[in-house]
Write a protein that binds this ligand. Structure first.
Ligand SMILES: [Zn+2]
Length: 202
């Protein structure tokens, strides 16, 4: 019997967000690779998994991605990304910024915060990079509503257990080199599956 259904969302499309520090590497491709390893790892632990992208070239809308959670009665919606500094950061500083950040849906702070912290700790340890903690972000002028579209649509469809993991910065050479290595991605998937194994479907 399944321990519950998990939606894995590999962020962006195949050529979304080229890595500035590794020619030919793309965030959208590497997120897809990680989702594949994580699906295998979770299925081995007895979870059912659906992907928002079944083919690498798929690039559904944020609403379609998020809605898959509630529409399939998922116990967890997990969106997989890597990070880049915002426009407030001058480009010459990009290469020095690294580390893991987890964004969790503010719709269920009590349940989601400890899960977000567990993901952050596990991913930062596995990647041997900084841990930038766990945050929520509110939609401007709409208290109680998540800023990020996939979280917002997951919640609107009925799944409040929704997270974005920013697996380091693809603008930093150390983080990017890890993410561009398939063996490292497989290790990362195991670390994340262990967190889910402990916290879900018991
Ligand atoms: Zn992203």
């Amino acid at each position: 019997m399944s321990r519950g259904l998990i939606i894995l969302d590999a962020g962006h499309g195949e050529f979304g967000n080229p890595y500035p520090v590794i020619e030919g590497a793309y965030e959208g491709t590497r997120n897809f690779v990680l989702a594949g390893y994580l699906k295998t790892a979770l299925e081995a632990k007895g979870f059912e998994v659906k992907l928002t992208r079944n083919a690498i070239e798929d690039d559904p809308s944020l609403e379609e991605r998020g809605r898959m959670a509630g529409d399939n009665d998922a116990i967890l919606f997990l969106s997989l990304h890597s990070n880049a500094p915002g426009s407030a950061t001058p480009p010459e500083k990009y290469k020095d910024i690294k580390g893991v950040l987890v964004i969790y849906s503010l719709s269920d702070e009590e349940n989601n915060l400890p899960i977000a912290l567990a993901f952050g700790n596990a991913v930062a340890a596995c990647m041997d990079t900084e841990n930038r903690g766990a945050i929520t972000r509110t939609y401007p002028d709409q208290p109680g509503i998540d800023y990020y579209g996939v979280l917002r649509h997951s919640v609107a469809s009925g799944c409040t257990c929704a997270f974005i993991i920013e697996h380091g910065f693809h603008t930093n050479l150390d983080d990017a080199a890890f993410l561009n290595n398939d063996a490292c991605m497989a290790k990362l998937a195991e670390a994340e599956a262990d967190v889910i194994d402990k916290l879900f479907g018991v």
